[in-house]
Design a protein around this ligand. Structure first.
Ligand SMILES: Cc1ncc(COP(=O)(O)O)c(C=O)c1O
Length: 386
């Protein structure tokens, strides 16, 4: 027998299992009302377009569509992204999902023990990546006039600050322009990079768009985008905008990861954008999700017991509940599951595991009737602890 424990790298000791993915392994999602995942509504997937574009791409590009391709991504897709977002092609790297984007940014910037700054709560997949590189994760308290809650000595050791400025996962909150400027000012003062993760940016249902951090400070920002929420997550395609010097390191790093992003997927995505179908499809998705967000907010108002508060997101896929202080959503979870409803405990998104009286709810996945059933069940479970 091999003693595997002797062989595993130190990094593996820091790997963190995703409680969200564990939920999916244990539970048949179709059998319960699940507010747990970040799944888009399958009705937004343009299956007919994909079928058509797949044939078109194979006709147009032939074998090239399934051959190895450039590590930066295929030119057609980089050009389509360049035109849509007004960013030079030379500042665009295609990634095999924005999860990979987070991981390569962390990999090129972080040695064990280095400081990574993040909001608290923050995206679980990012925490998984940071931990796997044995970073010291420092949660910030915000980006106000009176600072961010971290000592100058710690800020000076930071390699980058990771934020999700638009409709954050899990909070559903959006950073104001003043907060974005404050973060840029901190990055200028202390010399760290900003990683701006923007998977939900185009899913805005109300209010005014706020400029990206990339648009404020392109020389110090790595901006991550993805097709997962505006097209289909199964394509596993995303992009990074960044300064050329940083992108060059990412380019070499990606060679060791997967040589190049999936070629057929990239051609399909490029055609989906250039033919105007992405915008047509997005328009329908926005209408659908706006209705779902509004429904979720009204159901919460109708059914939740006294003392429960929630965020009012202007976009994205999530809202965040805060229950009375003494309640523990981790402990409550099995009772909820037995009742037929799933959520993600909010404490999983806090680097220090605090805020055990919070939970994240997704509003994109369930249809209206199941959403009502689920919120009623959840309200009853919460009420049973009050
Ligand atoms: C904030 C955030 N970043 C990145 C991702 C990963 O997206 P992708 O499917 O592009 O890997 C998600 C997915 O839910 C997310 O919420």
């Amino acid at each position: 027998m091999i003693d595997y424990d002797r062989l595993f790298s130190k990094d593996t000791g820091n790997f963190m299992r995703s409680p969200v993915r564990d939920i999916f392994r244990k539970v048949d999602l179709s059998a319960i009302c699940s507010f747990a995942g970040g799944y888009p509504d399958a009705a937004t997937f343009p299956l007919d377009d994909i079928r058509e574009l797949c044939a078109l791409v194979l006709d147009r590009y032939g074998a090239k569509a399934v051959q190895y391709g450039a590590t930066q991504g295929v030119t057609e897709l980089r050009q389509a992204i360049s035109e849509r977002y007004g960013v030079p092609v030379g500042n665009i790297q295609i990634t095999t999902s924005s999860q990979q984007g987070i991981d390569v940014c962390t990999r090129i910037l972080t040695d064990p023990g280095d400081v990574i700054l993040t909001t608290s709560p923050t995206y679980l997949g990012a925490l998984q990546s940071f931990k796997s590189y044995r970073a010291e994760i420092v949660p910030l308290q915000g980006f106000g006039e009176d600072g961010c809650g971290a000592a100058p000595e710690v800020l000076g050791r930071a390699k980058f600050c990771y934020v999700i400025p638009d409709f954050q996962n899990p909070g559903g909150t959006t950073m104001s322009l003043a907060e974005r400027r404050q973060l840029v000012a901190l990055s200028e003062k202390f010399g760290f990079v900003i990683v701006e993760d923007a998977p939900y940016r185009e899913l805005r249902y109300s209010g005014e768009a706020v400029p990206t951090i990339w648009s404020l400070a392109p020389e110090r920002t790595l901006h991550l985008g993805t097709f997962s929420k505006i097209f289909a997550p199964g394509f596993r395609l995303g992009w990074i905008f960044g300064p050329e010097e940083l992108l060059d390191k990412i380019y070499v790093c990606k060679q060791s990861l997967d040589l190049c992003p999936p070629i057929l997927d990239q051609y399909i995505a490029a055609e989906f954008m250039r033919s105007g179908r992405l915008d047509q499809n997005l328009k329908k998705s926005l209408e659908l999700y706006r209705g779902k967000r509004d429904l979720m907010l009204s159901l919460l108002g109708e059914y939740m017991p006294e003392g429960v508060r929630w965020t009012h997101p202007e976009g994205g896929l999530f809202l965040f509940l805060t229950l009375p202080e003494r309640l523990d959503t981790v402990a409550m979870y099995d009772r909820a599951l037995a009742a037929g409803v799933a959520y993600v405990a909010g404490s999983f998104f806090y680097p220090d595991g605090s805020h055990r009286n919070t939970m994240r709810l997704n509003f994109s996945f369930l249809d209206s009737s199941r959403m009502e059933e689920g919120i009623k069940l959840l309200a009853d479970v919460i009420a049973s602890y009050l």
